[in-house]
Ligand binder design. Structure first.
Ligand code: PLP
Length: 405
């Protein structure tokens, strides 16, 4: 008989051998204190750390307005939504959130999902499964959630070179113009921090009559007018058919969404299993997300502070000769290039310096480009940035990744 136990054990051991076994840090984030947090691990005394690897870029997860909205909704409506949207979970707060997101993107419709992952996966899978003879044109660096949705859809898929409109053009030119083609890419890539050439990609897709889907998970809230993202910043909301966004990163809550014209949204609402067959977002989450979106539509303060901080940290690390990728965004990847070294450095950063940076290993990034993904937030202070620099310099010198000046 098949030994399930041996199978699972062997799979996990293989990850250990390859130095890519995932170790989770047990992190107690405390409202009002982020980016300070407390690491509580079973066999070690609790340690206070400064978190440098969060996607809570603007600190909205603890913004007083966001917390107040969540508390109020929790008290008023209770914890759970009580059902799927179809059956009993279409809460007025979710409707209000969708209406706010549609207005943010100047679209006639929006649909909220339980996560950004689900928004990508189920939207793309639903398009691919239902559009007759559909082919996707997918950027080579697209997120796992997009790849998974495309794969599960059973539709054809051509992968274009990362951020390369010419490569996209060549593939589209070979395709049958009578068939539905969907171009899918991210506006801001979360591991390299680079930004897509949105105007050129959109123009290429539109030239060939393709539908355009853009993942703005890491851009909404943080970039563009009213925090609408990079497509809005490029003035291309009308040309991009589907804008996907996350509520769990810049907006500090959880969930995902797409905005599009009302007919396309109605189609997704009616055909997407990952939307239909799952319990709706809890009212408190919808309320917090809504408060966060509304706040960031009219406040520039958080974004200004974030980008001042990002510029300061980037220049300090570059000046110290640390191997930063040349990113164009709030994400600063520091390349270590070896998973074992990454793990060792991460342990010492915590144990010696109280700095929490999570190693990013294969398959999240290609082998040989293992890294730390440093994400300054609007809430990091100058002394925290100084301590990060000292800690990284010391530990990377120790590993011979940087040389003494
Ligand atoms: N899209 C991109 C580009 C991401 O980086 C992520 C997650 O990190 C997601 C989608 C999924 O978003 P969520 O965490 O809301 O599920």
């Amino acid at each position: 008989m098949f030994s399930f136990g041996e199978f699972f054990e062997a799979q996990v051991q293989a990850l250990r051998r390859e130095q890519r076994y995932r170790r989770f840090r047990i992190l107690g984030r405390r409202a009002g204190e982020f980016p300070r947090a407390r690491l509580a691990e079973p066999d070690r005394p609790p340690r206070d750390v400064v978190v440098w690897c969060s996607n809570d870029y603007l600190g909205m997860s603890q913004h007083p307005t966001v917390l107040a909205a969540g508390h109020e909704a929790l008290g008023r409506y209770g914890a759970g939504a009580g059902g799927t949207r179809n059956i009993s979970g279409t809460h007025e707060l979710i409707v209000a959130l969708e209406s706010e997101l549609a207005s943010l993107h100047r679209k006639s419709g929006a649909l909220v999902f339980s996560s950004g992952y689900v928004a990508n996966d189920t939207t793309l899978a639903t398009l691919g499964r239902n559009l007759p003879g559909c082919t996707f044109f997918s950027d080579a660096s697209n997120h796992a959630s997009m790849i998974e949705g495309i794969r599960r859809s059973g539709a054809g898929c051509e992968v274009f070179a990362h951020n390369d409109p010419d490569s996209l053009h060549r593939l589209l030119a070979r395709s049958d113009p009578a068939t539905p083609r969907v171009v899918a890419f991210e506006s801001l890539y979360s591991m390299d921090g680079d930004i897509a050439p949105i105007p050129a990609l959109v123009a290429t897709a539109k030239h060939h009559g393709a539908l355009v889907f853009v993942d703005e998970t890491h851009a909404v809230g943080v970039h563009g007018p009213e925090g609408a993202g990079l497509v809005a910043q490029a003035g291309l909301l009308e040309q991009v058919d589907i804008v996907q966004g996350g509520l769990g990163k810049g907006y500090g809550a959880v969930g995902g969404f797409v905005t599009a014209n009302a007919t396309l949204i109605d189609f997704l609402r009616s055909y997407a299993p990952g939307f239909i067959f799952t319990t709706a977002l809890p009212p408190a989450v919808a309320a917090s997300a809504l408060a966060s979106v509304r706040h960031l539509r009219q406040s520039l303060r958080e974004r200004r502070t974030l980008f001042e901080r990002v510029t300061a940290v980037r220049s300090a690390l570059e000046l110290a000769g640390l191997p930063l990728l040349n990113s164009e965004s709030q994400i600063l990847p520091l390349i270590v290039g070896d998973s074992a070294v990454c793990e060792r450095v991460a342990d010492r950063l915590i144990d010696v310096h109280g700095v929490y940076l999570q190693p990013i290993n294969y398959p999240t990034v290609p082998r040989g480009s293992e890294r730390f993904r440093i994400t300054p937030t609007a809430l990091h202070t100058d002394p925290m940035a100084e301590a990060l620099l000292v800690a990284l310099r010391a530990e990377l010198l120790r590993e011979d990744i940087v040389r003494a000046a």
